[in-house]
Design a protein around this ligand. Structure first.
Ligand SMILES: [Zn+2]
Length: 199
């Protein structure tokens, strides 16, 4: 990977984009904008500095034989599309069937956040969340459904506002057993028919 530029270089790049947009970066309202954008980027893209495996490391194995589905639904996230660098806003539903080990429920939300705070493609993010959870926790299966609105579709081009994209990744029991998959979809409020959301 290329070397990380300095903050000063990053701010200079924002100044260039302001000029490119057609405005004057030295006018009062825009004078502090490059610094603000650089700070915002640190927040938007904090996921690059975080290791998802590290987040899931602490597992709880004493679950007294609990072997039913664990689902965390409606995990709100904000990401940025890697094609236009504009927001993708949506929610993720994450479920798994434990095999002796479970993780604290807040870890699922943090896992979503680590991948959301990077430049993303929704399909890729869905796979990353599911496969990381499967790989680290090794449950009997993982299911991830993400529904999101892409501002690159809603604010530019020919697309209509409010358009939503649904992606899913089913691993293990969720892929092989239709009744497990149905149960998960029912818990997150989706029919098994894979209907589109009413957004
Ligand atoms: Zn885009």
């Amino acid at each position: 990977m290329a070397e990380r530029p300095t903050r000063q270089q990053a701010e200079e790049a924002v100044r260039t984009l302001i000029l490119w947009a057609g405005d004057d970066p030295s006018r009062e309202g825009l004078r502090d904008t490059p610094a603000r954008v650089a700070r915002a980027y640190e927040e938007f893209f904090a996921g690059y500095g975080q290791d998802p495996a590290e987040i899931l490391k602490r597992t709880f194995s004493e679950v007294e034989g609990y072997d039913e589905m664990i689902v965390m639904s409606d995990i709100r996230f904000e990401s940025h599309c890697e094609h236009h660098m504009v927001p993708i806003i949506g929610k993720a539903h994450v479920g798994y069937l434990p095999d002796k080990r479970v993780v604290g429920i807040s870890k699922l939300a943090r896992l979503v956040e680590v991948y959301a705070r990077r430049l993303q493609v929704q399909e890729k993010m869905t796979v990353q969340i599911a496969d990381t959870l499967q790989e680290i926790l090794q449950p009997r299966g993982v299911a991830v459904v993400i529904e999101a609105a892409h501002q690159c579709m809603t604010t530019r081009g020919v697309h209509k506002p409010g358009v939503g994209l649904i992606t899913s990744r089913m691993v293990g029991a969720f892929r092989e057993d239709p009744s497990t998959r149905r149960e998960f979809l029912a818990v997150i409020g989706r029919s098994a028919g894979g209907k589109l959301p009413n957004t």
